[in-house]
Design a protein around this ligand. Structure first.
Ligand code: AHR
Length: 329
């Protein structure tokens, strides 16, 4: 009898403690309600897609620095551009019971199953930089760039450089990534709408890397070297690789072959100052502060925007020297 009473007291105490410990879970989609645990350190898992470009390094640094500044425990994983690695990382974040998961999906498709697992675990999911082709109830918020608009801007810039007519080659980003899909869509949309005399004579992926950008540009030059008026590169790194290929081929990048790329990283400004790149369309990688604002709001039970767009401009050769000292990445 006495033993039963003691056990009852112990069990009741354990239940109270366990309820208090679980109180901060909130999916941020208006489903569950939260009782924030004030002094609990926020734990965030971030499944970065890789380290393929200067842009990506700036994005990673922004996330890491901001986590440190805010005293957030960050569990960071670099998937080396492989979706299966990102999926593994997300599953490990679920197992570790993080408060929020952030992911920059390397490609758009193939996320349904693992995102459902995140939802079933009651963990809010934030898409950072790139989109995923899933229903909206599987994530809480997306923050990043309007890739289609970047493609439209690039088409206008390139058309102005070649007088609305000529042959261009395109270096695409990672096949199936929202950045490559969107940039190409916006670019083609503008050509169809305003520039019927511009033709894309070659288009291939360079996977967003400098090395592949160079390799693919070499192949373009080999087959069509005397026939290329301009290059549209889905990012600055591939454009920088292509610049080397054009020089080795014996032409002047930025003059004989006009070049427009996307990102606006420092390397692009240096290339513009050297007269080798004509225009870069900005894509902002400094997403750390916005990302952790969203994480903190979700955990505090505040409602967050489904789509948080970045503000971005266009930078041209004539102002590159003035712009460079102000660039943060
Ligand atoms: O998703 C953004 C793109 O990814 C950047 O334009 C590119 O440089 C990076 O690899």
């Amino acid at each position: 009898m006495k033993f039963k009473k003691v056990m009852a007291l112990v069990l009741t105490g354990a239940m109270v403690l366990s309820i208090a410990g679980c109180a901060a879970k909130n999916t941020g989609d208006g489903g569950d309600t939260a009782t924030p645990v004030e002094d609990k350190k926020l734990v965030v898992g971030y499944a970065q897609l890789g380290a393929e470009s200067e842009w990506r390094t700036a994005c990673t640094n922004s996330v890491k620095e901001e986590a440190e500044k805010r005293g957030i425990e960050l569990k960071f994983s670099d998937a080396q551009q492989k979706q299966e690695n990102q999926i593994k990382a997300i599953r490990s974040f679920i197992a570790q019971g993080v408060d929020v998961i952030g992911v920059s999906p390397v490609v758009e498709s193939g996320w349904e199953t693992v995102f459902k697992e995140v939802k079933d675990a009651g963990i809010p999911l934030v898409l950072v930089d790139r989109k995923a082709d899933v229903s909206e109830d599987l994530y809480t918020s997306y923050l990043g760039s309007d890739f289609v608009e970047e493609g439209r801007k690039a088409a206008d810039e390139l058309a102005a450089l070649i007088g609305g007519k000529g042959n261009i080659v395109e270096l695409q980003g990672t096949v199936g990534s929202s950045a490559a899909v969107g940039r190409q869509e916006g670019f083609l949309e503008k050509l169809a709408e305003k520039y019927p005399d511009i033709k894309i004579i070659k288009s291939q992926t360079g996977d967003f890397t400098r090395a592949k950008g160079k390799e693919v540009m070499e192949a373009f030059l080999k087959s069509d070297g005397e026939n290329i008026d301009a290059l549209f590169s889905h990012n600055d790194d591939m454009a920088i690789g292509a610049i080397q290929a054009i020089e080795e081929y014996g032409k002047k990048p930025g003059e004989d072959i006009k070049i427009v790329s996307v990102d606006a990283v420092k390397g692009a400004f240096e290339a513009m100052i050297a007269g080798k790149l004509n225009v870069t369309v900005e894509c902002n990688p400094l997403l750390g502060p916005q990302f952790f604002d969203v994480c903190e709001d979700i955990v505090a039970g505040k409602s967050v925007q489904k789509l948080i767009p970045s503000e971005e401009g266009v930078f041209r050769q004539d102002t590159a020297a003035q712009d460079l000292p102000n660039r943060k990445y």
